[in-house]
Design a binder for this molecule. Sequence first.
Ligand SMILES: [Zn+2]
Length: 234
Amino acid sequence: MNVLAITCHPDDAEINCVGTLLKCIKRGDNVTVCHVCNGNKGHEVIPSDELRVMRAEEAQSAGRIGNFRVVTCDIPDLEVYRCNEDHRKKVVDVIREVQPDFIITHAPNDYMPDHVAVSQLVFDASFAASCMYFKSGVDGKAGVTPIYYMDNLAGVGTMPTMYVDVTDEIDLKMEMLECHVSQMKWMRDHDGIDFAEFVKTCSRYRGLQCGVQYAEAYTECMAWPKNTTKRLLP
Ligand SMILES: [Zn+2]
């Protein structure tokens, strides 16, 4: 299968779905991660243009460990909007190019505006990508595919309907998260937040809910014709 995770920031896949993506790789899927925003405002000391480059490299490092492809729409933080035609076309391009069997993205009730905008863009673009006469940078069309919404940050507001056991992947997930040095170090030094502990705690809590050690949680986007009788998540 072709699996496409469309996330907002360069580290969001590692936070919420990378254990699942690692399991997809193990079963032979092709995995692409696209971060829509470039993360250029995720610091208060490193200049924005430097941070943009640094964070793209951090995401690529994590992708190399996970053995999946990482691409970006390169939209600046806090400048991504559902109603921006160019942004819709950028996401349509990615979907048409990957031809995913399913898409993983943020839930529409997540904690900050860029995550919400990306969720809405993915919902809109996944339909637009299936319409032959919607013109974007990539010709042809994609199917209307199931969408799985990742856990919200800290699990707030998510009522999971599906779980993926990531017990065997948790160590690699944490290693990949640490690739995002600009974020992990900044939060430890500046905010006193151990984000590794934060993420591992969320995985443990979701594991507790479904009877395994560590898990990632999802809710299905219930909209015709995305619904399916098949289990597509690993
Ligand atoms: Zn984010």
